[in-house]
Design a binder for this molecule. Sequence first.
Ligand SMILES: [Zn+2]
Length: 327
Amino acid sequence: MRFQELDISQLPRASKTSAWLNVGSRADGGNWRLPFLYVVGATPGSTLLVLGAVHGDEYEGVETIPEVFHRIAPEMLRGTLLMVPICNVPAYEAVLRSSPIDGLNLARVFPGHPNGTITQRIAYWITQKLIKPADFVIDLHSGGVTAEIPLLIGFTHSHDALGRRSRAGALAFGAPVVWEHPPPMPPGRSLSAATDLGVPAIYTEAAGGGYAYPADVSCFTAGVINVMKHLDMLDGHPEPQPITHHLSGDGDMDSVISTPAAGYFRSEVNLLDDVNTGQRLGTVRDPFGEVLAEITSESAGVVIMLRRVHRVHVGDNLAHVTRRLGG
Ligand SMILES: [Zn+2]
């Protein structure tokens, strides 16, 4: 099916289907197509959209979404569950965060463009056909190949009805780390497109590393089902796991501690460590072992991201520190 022909309101009630959505032509004469899984309940209710692999090197959503699909039958569902396990298919094929076709990061081009490059078209049709009719959006991310992030649920905590609904969904999801961000939300994300359309939205992070840890996939799977219960799409109450860290701060991973020197990065702290302002987080060394740069924290807080790949180029992101809520 061509993505632009998809009409969620016309999906047959009490159905469960997997399909391909053609989003643009390939140079080899074929089509770029997105995998699409949906379940329409026997009775009306909320519409939940779940996205995976918006970054092509993040695998937790790729594994979570078919698992959720397997567990949900139309007769137990109120409303509609829409899921795209691989959003940036060109990047996924190449094991890259961004698309090898146009170099674009899908999580920076929402709400996209209908006549743009392939990444912009993917963003556009996801926005128009899936985010717009949704009542809630979950975007499943992780650290990808180059970064390491704790298992967490994140959202922008605006103090309006939209922010409160996002926060309630995040707490229902139930990850050990909750990370809330003050508005405004940075542009270009699936979450910013959702916010602009008045749709509450949350996202996940996890260890990543080019590998989906079964415990992270289990948390994401339980989290999606918890949100479905929260939205009254399924019977029962959410069963979130206990929160170990409730954090607050800028979630924009484009503006974190980066390296002034190329070389070999060795971190000296662990994820979720408490650090002080000026504390050494690691070093960048040359091939002779000489320290080229000491990387220090610009603030006191909790380590929320660390670079995983040792080799670094100038300007590569190394670490991010955020605050404990109220701290
Ligand atoms: Zn991501």
